[in-house]
Design a protein. Structure first.
Length: 201
């Protein structure tokens, strides 16, 4: 059971992963000056071009412009950058603010990530398992696989919701159905077997 306990925690952490614009492993973050390179397209397209060109300052500039225009994908992207220190120093409070803005406009990846902030009580918010559960469930209902996985975690641990290993099993399975290649699917059988035993006791 101790091994499984750590497995479930690892599964939750894995479920918090998010997509972001790729940067090659040998690339370097640019100096803060805005580049003179001309980018084309929408602000998000310009931000992507700048990021691929290792021009972080321009990428952040265009993302902020897009977020200000209520393009929630840009707000989500800024949240990720501030959360993980990409193109800027890590700033969890800033990251949470961008996720809050995105989630308020029903950007479900933002809601999924925001759930983790309330689960851990970070980024300037108090720990609130019920809020974390609600946000994860909202994102899960919109088809975000990692959010479904995390709802399963909350049921498994009885955090923010009554402990229910059967419901946990259903959400773990649903997450794998949405994203069969996700890391948490690799341990699905072990989790399901143990949850079944727990409910029989």
């Amino acid at each position: 059971m101790r091994a499984l306990k750590y497995l479930i925690l690892a599964v939750f952490i894995a479920g918090c992963g998010i997509d972001y614009m790729p940067m090659s492993s040998n690339s370097q973050i640019s100096e803060p000056e805005i580049s003179q390179v001309k980018y084309s397209g929408t602000n998000i397209e310009k931000a992507t071009q700048a990021y691929k060109n290792n021009d972080c300052a321009s990428s952040m500039k265009f993302l902020n412009l897009a977020c200000d225009d209520d393009e929630m994908q840009a707000c989500y992207q800024l949240g990720h950058m501030h959360q993980n220190g990409k193109c800027t120093g890590a700033n969890l409070a800033k990251a949470r603010e961008f996720y809050e803005k995105g989630c308020a406009k029903d950007h479900m990846n933002s809601c999924a990530n925001l759930s983790g902030f309330y689960k851990d009580g970070k980024g300037g918010v108090e720990q609130d398992y019920e809020k974390a559960f609600e946000l994860a469930k909202k994102a899960c209902e919109d088809g975000i696989a990692r959010a479904c996985n995390n709802v399963g975690y909350f049921y498994w641990k009885g955090q923010g919701v009554d402990l229910d290993r059967t419901m946990a099993k259903e959400y773990f399975a649903n997450a794998c159905k949405i994203d069969p290649d996700a890391q948490y699917c690799k341990n699905k059988d072990l989790i399901n077997d143990d949850s079944s035993k727990q409910n029989e006791e």
